[in-house]
Design a protein around this ligand. Structure first.
Ligand code: GUN
Length: 278
């Protein structure tokens, strides 16, 4: 079993990004990222802090607009408009989830697609599906980089994605199809999940349920990518996979923490650099 070390790969990518940021700075350009964070969801606060820290490490300027839970939609839209027009800001990210009174589609569609470093705008999702150059959502993009780094060929592979969200499962599906894999996508209404996961050469799981994927659900030598981040009662962080038992059966597996998570952040920096180049 080979551990897919996302943490190490993310650090290598970040050091390459830092070199490119330094070159921009020599030309008096500082890449800039604006993050909009609404409410006080604890997990979102941790993610936003990590994103800001990563920006600082590579020299990207970042500003976090924190807004209260009861903020008006119009205020968020006005902030996005200002960021769209601000030439010092190359990337804009609205941390999800949003409070229920805010129309998420309206907010995401307000972001200039050229500054959409999360790749959540319908313009970018549409281009991704058509296999055209676009901003690609950070978690699926990070997973593709892991496949590339470990020379995991996707052509003709059976891949089972568990979790069909707009921000991970669906863009992952598009990337894998574009790489000529055969993709099966499962969700909460899927009957007999095991029938699907057991057939797959590669299982990608991100639903936020610790221990959902057990050893009997994967075939021998499967490749397992765990996107889940769950805090257990003992305070430890775990993924959606029963790592101890599943890892014995796998050819490759991502750990949690230290697998996909750091790659998501590295891809945000990479997308911010891409936006700066635009
Ligand atoms: N919430 C959970 N994951 C993400 C992400 O990748 N981007 C944003 N904006 N919000 C999230």
């Amino acid at each position: 079993m080979i551990l897919l070390n996302g943490k190490k790969l993310a650090l290598e990518i970040q050091s390459e990004i830092k070199k490119e940021v330094d070159l921009f700075k020599q030309a008096s350009i500082t890449p800039g990222l604006a993050v909009i964070m609404i409410g006080d969801d604890a997990a979102s606060q941790v993610y936003v802090r990590k994103k800001a820290e990563a920006c600082k490490e590579v020299g990207i300027y970042s500003v976090v607009h924190e807004m209260p839970e009861n903020i008006k939609e119009e205020t968020i839209l006005n902030t996005i408009k200002l960021m769209n027009e601000n030439s010092n800001i190359n990337g804009i990210l609205v941390q999800l989830p949003l409070p229920s009174h805010i129309n998420q589609t309206k907010i995401l569609e307000a972001i200039d697609p050229k500054k959409d470093v999360d790749g959540f705008h319908p313009f970018n999702i549409g281009r991704l599906v058509l296999n055209l150059d676009s901003f690609v959502p950070c978690t699926p993009l990070g997973i593709m980089k892991i496949f590339e780094e470990y020379k995991i060929n996707l052509e003709g592979k059976n891949v089972c994605i568990v979790g069909a969200s707009n921000i991970v499962g669906k863009p992952m599906l598009a990337l894998l199809l574009n790489a000529n894999a055969t993709v099966d996508i499962c969700h909460i209404y899927t009957k007999n999940l095991k029938n699907h996961t057991k057939r797959a050469d590669i299982v990608i799981i991100g639903v936020g349920k610790a221990g959902l994927i057990t050893e009997d659900m994967v075939k021998d030598d499967a490749i397992v990518i765990d996107i889940g981040i769950n805090r257990l009662e003992n305070g430890k962080i775990s993924g959606d996979v029963d790592f101890e038992n599943v890892s014995k059966k796998c050819s490759y597996i991502t750990p949690v923490p230290g697998g996909v998570g750091p790659m998501t952040i590295a891809m945000l920096l990479s997308n911010t650099l891409k936006a700066t180049k635009l």
